[in-house]
Design a protein around this ligand. Structure first.
Ligand code: AMP
Ligand code: TRP
Length: 340
């Protein structure tokens, strides 16, 4: 079987470990929306089991799961076209993850930079789940024979590990069963940086709220955060090269490009020589125009959590119908007796 024999299928996931940020939106969600349509089957998952690799308060986790689902719907994920669900409702992920725990090598896991960053000096005290996390992510993708995985730059290494796991499984069991998944890391904003420090990634869990744009921020807050974003005193240059060593400036240009569906080169061409007094208000207006309708729609959806649960349940059933047969076949390949 060659790679072409697999149905083109997109899988991606997002953790409900806090509210959604502009980094999630530009690095992942907006691109997930764009991949819907006839070219691919699209499967999008709120990965609650990944979230609990670090402590989550139970009530907060349940709320965040619904809020992330609402964010995806409000951004344009169509639950009739895409399969949208939360991970823990489909046990195939965890079952396949165990098999992959037995395929992946400890040496591979030791090279995962996200684990090293998250564990810091604390490697003895973090959960075993945090260490095994990339094998669960491989299971998420491969339980659906996912061929394309749209993610931000920070997930590249995990998708490469997914390919290594698929290749080793296929080799060890002498099959061509799992596809070699392609990461899809495209566009101007695959790594959105912190608004107060352009060398750090924008994340859900940074210390100060001023560092990030939350998808639930209102228009005034979005505008204030972007106008107060850290920059340097120089005006914008006339080429992207001129932004080298200006991480904060580069980040704002990339955010503009991501929101406006332009390349960063085109943004620079339009604003060459502009000072921040001109560029920042333009960026703030653009961000408000793009994000406010999503945040309004999110609030509307969040008012009816039962409806979100219903959609997630329906999505989980559709997901199960794809993953179930792949899991059964995997058990057969491995030699696990299934007699009931
Ligand atoms: P997470 O919030 O860690 O579950 O990430 C969900 C998705 O958003 C993944 O595809 C990440 O790569 C992407 N993502 C998260 N933060 C950023 C960021 N600052 N810039 C670009 N993509 C991001
Ligand atoms: N690990 C990803 C993150 O931290 C989330 C994730 C879990 C994921 N499973 C996935 C992304 C499968 C893509 C495909 O952002």
């Amino acid at each position: 079987m060659t790679e072409a024999a697999f149905t083109p299928r997109v899988f991606s996931g997002i953790k409900p470990s806090g509210g959604l940020t502009l980094g999630n939106y530009l690095g992942a969600i907006k691109r997930w929306v764009g991949m819907q349509g006839p070219e691919f089957e699209t499967i999008y998952c709120v990965v609650d089991l990944h979230a609990i690799t670090v402590w989550q308060d139970p009530a907060t986790l349940a709320d965040a799961t619904r809020e992330v689902a609402a964010g995806l719907l409000a951004s344009g994920i169509d639950p009739d076209d895409s399969i949208l669900f939360n991970q823990s409702q489909v046990p195939a992920h965890v079952e396949l993850a165990w098999i992959f725990n037995c395929v992946a090598r400890v040496g591979w896991m030791n090279r995962m930079t996200q684990f090293k960053d998250k564990a810091g000096k604390n490697t003895e005290k973090v959960s075993l789940g945090l260490y095994a996390y990339p094998a669960l992510m491989a299971a998420d993708i491969l339980a659906y024979h996912g061929t394309h995985v749209p993610v931000g730059e920070d997930q590249k290494q995990h998708v490469e590990l997914t390919r290594d796991i698929a290749a080793k499984f296929n080799h060890d069991y002498k099959v061509d069963f799992f596809p070699l998944t392609n990461p899809v890391i495209e566009g101007p904003a695959t790594r959105v940086m912190n608004l107060r420090d352009g060398t750090k990634k924008m994340s859900k869990s940074g210390e100060s709220d001023m560092e990030r744009i939350n998808m639930t921020d209102d228009a005034d807050t979005i505008s204030k955060k972007l106008k107060k974003a850290r920059t340097d005193p120089e005006p914008l240059p006339d080429t992207l090269k001129g932004l080298k060593d200006r991480p904060e400036a580069r980040n704002l240009v990339d955010i503009y490009a991501g929101l406006a569906d332009m390349t960063s080169e085109a943004v620079i061409a339009e604003y060459a020589g502009a000072g921040w007094g001109r560029f920042k208000p333009a960026l703030a207006d653009l961000a408000v125009a793009k994000l406010s309708p999503i945040s309004d729609e999110m609030s509307r959806l969040m008012a009816d959590p039962a409806e979100i649960d219903r959609l997630l349940a329906k999505g989980a059933e559709r997901a199960e119908a794809v993953a179930g047969p792949i899991l059964q076949k995997t058990y057969d390949i491995v030699g696990l007796v299934r007699s009931r």
